[in-house]
Design a protein around this ligand. Structure first.
Ligand code: GLU
Length: 309
Protein backbone atom coordinates (compact mmCIF):
# COMPACT_ATOMS: atom_id res chain seq x y z
CA UNK A 1 0.00 0.00 0.00
CA UNK A 2 1.26 3.43 -0.85
CA UNK A 3 1.17 5.74 2.09
CA UNK A 4 -0.07 9.18 1.29
CA UNK A 5 2.55 11.85 1.75
CA UNK A 6 2.01 13.99 4.82
CA UNK A 7 0.22 17.19 3.86
CA UNK A 8 2.54 20.16 3.82
CA UNK A 9 1.54 22.39 6.70
CA UNK A 10 0.70 25.92 5.64
CA UNK A 11 3.33 28.35 6.87
CA UNK A 12 2.57 30.18 10.05
CA UNK A 13 3.86 33.38 8.55
CA UNK A 14 4.38 34.29 4.93
CA UNK A 15 5.17 37.87 4.06
CA UNK A 16 6.02 39.54 0.78
CA UNK A 17 7.48 42.59 -0.92
CA UNK A 18 5.63 43.67 -4.05
CA UNK A 19 7.51 46.43 -5.89
CA UNK A 20 6.18 48.13 -9.00
CA UNK A 21 9.04 48.33 -11.51
CA UNK A 22 8.62 52.03 -12.21
CA UNK A 23 12.23 52.90 -11.41
CA UNK A 24 15.15 51.87 -9.19
CA UNK A 25 14.72 50.96 -5.53
CA UNK A 26 14.90 54.13 -3.44
CA UNK A 27 14.75 54.83 0.27
CA UNK A 28 10.92 54.78 0.40
CA UNK A 29 10.62 51.35 -1.19
CA UNK A 30 13.61 50.03 0.76
CA UNK A 31 11.65 50.75 3.95
CA UNK A 32 8.85 48.40 2.80
CA UNK A 33 11.36 45.79 1.65
CA UNK A 34 13.48 45.78 4.82
CA UNK A 35 10.53 46.07 7.20
CA UNK A 36 8.59 43.21 5.62
CA UNK A 37 11.78 41.12 5.46
CA UNK A 38 12.67 41.64 9.12
CA UNK A 39 9.12 40.99 10.25
CA UNK A 40 9.04 37.72 8.26
CA UNK A 41 12.44 36.51 9.47
CA UNK A 42 11.68 37.52 13.03
CA UNK A 43 8.55 35.35 12.94
CA UNK A 44 10.53 32.51 11.33
CA UNK A 45 8.38 32.94 8.28
CA UNK A 46 8.89 33.09 4.56
CA UNK A 47 9.37 36.22 2.50
CA UNK A 48 8.28 36.33 -1.14
CA UNK A 49 8.87 38.89 -3.85
CA UNK A 50 6.26 39.75 -6.46
CA UNK A 51 6.91 42.11 -9.35
CA UNK A 52 3.83 44.28 -9.90
CA UNK A 53 4.32 44.99 -13.59
CA UNK A 54 0.62 45.05 -14.31
CA UNK A 55 0.31 48.39 -15.99
CA UNK A 56 2.47 48.50 -19.17
CA UNK A 57 2.75 52.31 -19.53
CA UNK A 58 4.12 52.62 -15.98
CA UNK A 59 6.69 49.85 -16.32
CA UNK A 60 10.24 51.06 -16.94
CA UNK A 61 12.27 48.55 -18.98
CA UNK A 62 15.03 47.04 -16.86
CA UNK A 63 13.64 48.36 -13.57
CA UNK A 64 12.47 44.95 -12.28
CA UNK A 65 15.91 43.40 -12.79
CA UNK A 66 17.52 46.43 -11.23
CA UNK A 67 15.30 46.24 -8.12
CA UNK A 68 15.97 42.51 -7.70
CA UNK A 69 19.73 42.97 -8.06
CA UNK A 70 19.64 45.76 -5.47
CA UNK A 71 17.73 43.52 -3.04
CA UNK A 72 20.41 40.88 -3.55
CA UNK A 73 23.17 43.43 -3.08
CA UNK A 74 21.41 44.40 0.16
CA UNK A 75 21.80 40.78 1.28
CA UNK A 76 18.08 40.01 1.17
CA UNK A 77 17.10 36.48 0.15
CA UNK A 78 13.57 35.67 -0.96
CA UNK A 79 11.81 32.33 -0.77
CA UNK A 80 10.33 30.54 -3.75
CA UNK A 81 9.83 31.81 -7.27
CA UNK A 82 9.22 35.45 -8.05
CA UNK A 83 5.87 36.01 -9.68
CA UNK A 84 5.26 38.65 -12.33
CA UNK A 85 1.81 40.16 -12.62
CA UNK A 86 2.25 40.73 -16.35
CA UNK A 87 1.79 37.00 -17.03
CA UNK A 88 -1.15 36.45 -14.70
CA UNK A 89 -4.05 37.82 -16.71
CA UNK A 90 -5.84 34.44 -16.69
CA UNK A 91 -6.01 34.45 -12.90
CA UNK A 92 -7.32 38.04 -12.82
CA UNK A 93 -9.80 37.16 -15.52
CA UNK A 94 -11.14 34.25 -13.47
CA UNK A 95 -11.59 36.51 -10.44
CA UNK A 96 -13.38 39.11 -12.53
CA UNK A 97 -15.63 36.41 -13.94
CA UNK A 98 -16.52 35.33 -10.42
CA UNK A 99 -17.39 38.90 -9.44
CA UNK A 100 -19.58 39.26 -12.53
CA UNK A 101 -21.36 36.00 -11.68
CA UNK A 102 -22.10 37.41 -8.27
CA UNK A 103 -23.62 40.47 -9.92
CA UNK A 104 -21.43 42.97 -8.07
CA UNK A 105 -19.66 44.37 -11.12
CA UNK A 106 -21.14 46.60 -13.80
CA UNK A 107 -19.90 48.19 -17.03
CA UNK A 108 -19.29 51.92 -16.93
CA UNK A 109 -19.11 54.31 -19.90
CA UNK A 110 -18.15 57.49 -18.04
CA UNK A 111 -15.07 59.47 -19.03
CA UNK A 112 -12.89 61.07 -16.37
CA UNK A 113 -14.36 64.41 -17.35
CA UNK A 114 -17.94 63.23 -16.91
CA UNK A 115 -17.10 61.84 -13.50
CA UNK A 116 -15.32 65.05 -12.46
CA UNK A 117 -18.36 67.11 -13.47
CA UNK A 118 -20.75 65.18 -11.25
CA UNK A 119 -18.76 63.71 -8.41
CA UNK A 120 -17.82 64.83 -4.92
CA UNK A 121 -14.29 64.28 -3.66
CA UNK A 122 -13.52 61.36 -1.38
CA UNK A 123 -10.35 60.31 0.37
CA UNK A 124 -8.76 59.25 -2.88
CA UNK A 125 -10.01 61.37 -5.75
CA UNK A 126 -13.60 61.48 -6.89
CA UNK A 127 -16.34 59.26 -5.48
CA UNK A 128 -17.97 57.74 -8.53
CA UNK A 129 -21.52 59.16 -8.66
CA UNK A 130 -23.10 55.84 -9.67
CA UNK A 131 -24.18 57.01 -13.13
CA UNK A 132 -23.94 53.59 -14.85
CA UNK A 133 -24.98 51.43 -11.88
CA UNK A 134 -28.40 50.68 -13.28
CA UNK A 135 -27.24 50.21 -16.86
CA UNK A 136 -25.27 51.99 -19.56
CA UNK A 137 -26.95 55.09 -20.99
CA UNK A 138 -28.35 54.44 -24.49
CA UNK A 139 -25.76 54.52 -27.24
CA UNK A 140 -22.76 54.41 -24.89
CA UNK A 141 -20.14 51.67 -24.74
CA UNK A 142 -18.38 50.36 -21.66
CA UNK A 143 -14.92 51.69 -20.89
CA UNK A 144 -14.36 50.07 -17.51
CA UNK A 145 -15.91 47.62 -15.08
CA UNK A 146 -16.76 48.90 -11.62
CA UNK A 147 -17.53 47.21 -8.35
CA UNK A 148 -20.80 48.14 -6.69
CA UNK A 149 -19.78 49.23 -3.18
CA UNK A 150 -23.22 50.05 -1.83
CA UNK A 151 -23.49 49.23 1.86
CA UNK A 152 -19.83 48.16 2.21
CA UNK A 153 -18.59 49.29 5.60
CA UNK A 154 -15.18 47.71 6.22
CA UNK A 155 -13.29 47.55 9.50
CA UNK A 156 -9.99 45.94 10.32
CA UNK A 157 -7.23 46.10 12.85
CA UNK A 158 -3.86 47.22 11.55
CA UNK A 159 -0.93 45.98 13.65
CA UNK A 160 0.57 49.49 13.79
CA UNK A 161 -2.10 51.96 12.74
CA UNK A 162 -4.86 50.50 14.94
CA UNK A 163 -8.51 50.13 14.09
CA UNK A 164 -9.38 51.33 10.59
CA UNK A 165 -12.92 51.86 9.48
CA UNK A 166 -13.99 52.92 6.02
CA UNK A 167 -17.30 53.28 4.24
CA UNK A 168 -16.41 52.26 0.71
CA UNK A 169 -19.54 53.66 -0.84
CA UNK A 170 -19.22 57.18 0.54
CA UNK A 171 -15.45 57.54 1.07
CA UNK A 172 -14.10 55.78 -2.03
CA UNK A 173 -17.04 55.00 -4.29
CA UNK A 174 -17.56 52.26 -6.86
CA UNK A 175 -14.01 51.60 -8.00
CA UNK A 176 -12.76 50.10 -11.25
CA UNK A 177 -11.68 46.47 -11.21
CA UNK A 178 -10.96 46.56 -14.94
CA UNK A 179 -9.75 49.88 -16.23
CA UNK A 180 -10.45 51.88 -19.35
CA UNK A 181 -6.91 51.16 -20.62
CA UNK A 182 -7.71 47.40 -20.63
CA UNK A 183 -5.66 46.71 -17.54
CA UNK A 184 -6.88 44.86 -14.45
CA UNK A 185 -6.91 47.16 -11.46
CA UNK A 186 -4.15 46.90 -8.88
CA UNK A 187 -6.79 46.31 -6.16
CA UNK A 188 -8.00 43.15 -7.85
CA UNK A 189 -4.60 41.81 -8.85
CA UNK A 190 -3.08 42.25 -5.40
CA UNK A 191 -5.92 40.33 -3.75
CA UNK A 192 -5.74 37.47 -6.25
CA UNK A 193 -1.95 37.27 -5.93
CA UNK A 194 -1.75 37.48 -2.14
CA UNK A 195 -4.21 34.57 -1.96
CA UNK A 196 -2.43 32.58 -4.67
CA UNK A 197 0.89 33.00 -2.89
CA UNK A 198 -0.59 32.11 0.51
CA UNK A 199 0.48 35.42 2.03
CA UNK A 200 -0.54 35.54 5.70
CA UNK A 201 0.86 38.99 6.50
CA UNK A 202 0.92 42.09 4.34
CA UNK A 203 3.54 44.54 5.60
CA UNK A 204 3.90 47.69 3.48
CA UNK A 205 3.77 51.48 3.50
CA UNK A 206 0.81 53.41 4.87
CA UNK A 207 0.27 55.00 1.45
CA UNK A 208 -1.73 51.79 0.87
CA UNK A 209 -3.70 51.93 4.12
CA UNK A 210 -6.69 53.50 2.37
CA UNK A 211 -6.60 50.75 -0.28
CA UNK A 212 -6.81 47.96 2.27
CA UNK A 213 -10.60 48.15 2.83
CA UNK A 214 -11.10 47.73 -0.95
CA UNK A 215 -8.85 44.70 -0.84
CA UNK A 216 -10.63 43.21 2.16
CA UNK A 217 -13.98 43.76 0.45
CA UNK A 218 -12.74 41.95 -2.66
CA UNK A 219 -11.33 39.10 -0.55
CA UNK A 220 -14.75 38.63 1.04
CA UNK A 221 -16.59 38.71 -2.27
CA UNK A 222 -14.16 36.18 -3.75
CA UNK A 223 -14.14 33.95 -0.66
CA UNK A 224 -10.39 34.41 -0.13
CA UNK A 225 -8.63 34.35 3.24
CA UNK A 226 -7.82 37.73 4.77
CA UNK A 227 -4.16 38.34 5.64
CA UNK A 228 -3.12 40.38 8.66
CA UNK A 229 -1.96 43.92 7.90
CA UNK A 230 0.83 46.12 9.17
CA UNK A 231 1.34 49.53 7.57
CA UNK A 232 4.61 51.35 8.18
CA UNK A 233 4.93 55.11 8.04
CA UNK A 234 5.64 56.42 4.56
CA UNK A 235 8.87 58.35 4.08
CA UNK A 236 8.18 61.93 3.04
CA UNK A 237 10.54 64.79 2.24
CA UNK A 238 10.63 68.21 3.88
CA UNK A 239 7.67 69.35 1.79
CA UNK A 240 5.60 66.38 2.92
CA UNK A 241 5.81 64.60 -0.46
CA UNK A 242 6.20 60.84 -0.58
CA UNK A 243 9.71 59.85 -1.63
CA UNK A 244 9.31 58.41 -5.07
CA UNK A 245 10.78 58.57 -8.51
CA UNK A 246 8.67 61.70 -9.09
CA UNK A 247 10.22 63.49 -6.13
CA UNK A 248 13.65 62.41 -7.39
CA UNK A 249 14.51 60.25 -4.40
CA UNK A 250 17.97 58.89 -5.04
CA UNK A 251 18.36 55.18 -5.81
CA UNK A 252 19.85 52.88 -3.17
CA UNK A 253 23.57 52.47 -3.84
CA UNK A 254 23.90 48.76 -4.60
CA UNK A 255 27.68 48.95 -4.20
CA UNK A 256 27.44 50.40 -0.71
CA UNK A 257 24.01 49.50 0.67
CA UNK A 258 24.73 49.31 4.42
CA UNK A 259 24.40 53.05 5.20
CA UNK A 260 20.95 53.12 3.54
CA UNK A 261 19.92 49.93 5.35
CA UNK A 262 21.00 51.43 8.68
CA UNK A 263 19.01 54.60 7.91
CA UNK A 264 15.95 52.42 7.22
CA UNK A 265 16.31 50.86 10.67
CA UNK A 266 16.53 54.29 12.26
CA UNK A 267 13.53 55.47 10.25
CA UNK A 268 11.59 52.46 11.56
CA UNK A 269 12.31 53.45 15.17
CA UNK A 270 15.05 50.90 15.82
CA UNK A 271 18.15 52.12 17.57
CA UNK A 272 21.17 50.86 15.66
CA UNK A 273 24.54 51.98 16.96
CA UNK A 274 26.30 54.57 14.77
CA UNK A 275 28.97 51.99 13.79
CA UNK A 276 26.31 49.89 12.06
CA UNK A 277 26.65 52.13 9.00
CA UNK A 278 30.22 50.94 8.63
CA UNK A 279 29.93 47.18 9.17
CA UNK A 280 29.67 44.58 6.39
CA UNK A 281 26.38 43.25 5.15
CA UNK A 282 26.43 40.06 7.26
CA UNK A 283 27.13 41.96 10.44
CA UNK A 284 24.38 44.40 9.55
CA UNK A 285 21.75 41.66 9.22
CA UNK A 286 22.98 39.89 12.30
CA UNK A 287 22.37 43.03 14.33
CA UNK A 288 19.04 43.62 12.59
CA UNK A 289 17.72 40.06 13.14
CA UNK A 290 18.75 40.12 16.78
CA UNK A 291 17.36 43.54 17.56
CA UNK A 292 14.31 44.05 15.31
CA UNK A 293 11.31 45.09 17.34
CA UNK A 294 8.13 46.05 15.45
CA UNK A 295 6.72 47.63 18.61
CA UNK A 296 9.28 50.43 18.20
CA UNK A 297 8.02 51.50 14.77
CA UNK A 298 6.32 54.92 15.02
CA UNK A 299 2.55 54.53 14.75
CA UNK A 300 2.04 57.32 12.24
CA UNK A 301 1.15 57.39 8.57
CA UNK A 302 3.96 59.63 7.38
CA UNK A 303 7.39 60.40 8.73
CA UNK A 304 9.91 62.93 7.50
CA UNK A 305 13.35 61.88 6.40
CA UNK A 306 16.09 64.45 6.45
CA UNK A 307 18.78 64.97 3.88
CA UNK A 308 19.36 63.08 0.69
CA UNK A 309 17.64 59.72 0.96
N1 GLU B 1 3.23 47.59 -5.96
C1 GLU B 1 2.84 48.46 -4.91
C2 GLU B 1 3.83 49.58 -4.80
O1 GLU B 1 4.97 49.44 -5.22
C3 GLU B 1 2.77 47.77 -3.57
C4 GLU B 1 1.63 46.88 -3.46
C5 GLU B 1 1.46 46.21 -2.12
O2 GLU B 1 2.41 46.12 -1.34
O3 GLU B 1 0.36 45.74 -1.90
O4 GLU B 1 3.47 50.63 -4.29
Amino acid sequence: MIESAPKARPPIYRGRFAPSPTGPLHFGSLVAAVGSYLEARNREGEWLVRVEDLDPPRVVPGAAGDILRTLEACGMRWDGEIIYQSVRNDAYHAALHELRQRGVVYPCACSRREIADRAVSGIEGYVYPGTCRSGLPAGRTARALRLDTRGAQIEFEDALQGRISQNLETEIGDFAVYRANHVFAYQLAVVVDDAEQGVTDVVRGADLLDSTPRQIHLQRLLGLPAPRYMHFPVAVNESGEKLSKQTLASPVDALRPVPALARVLRFLGQQPPAELERVDIDAFWQWAFENWNAARVPRVRTLRVMGDE
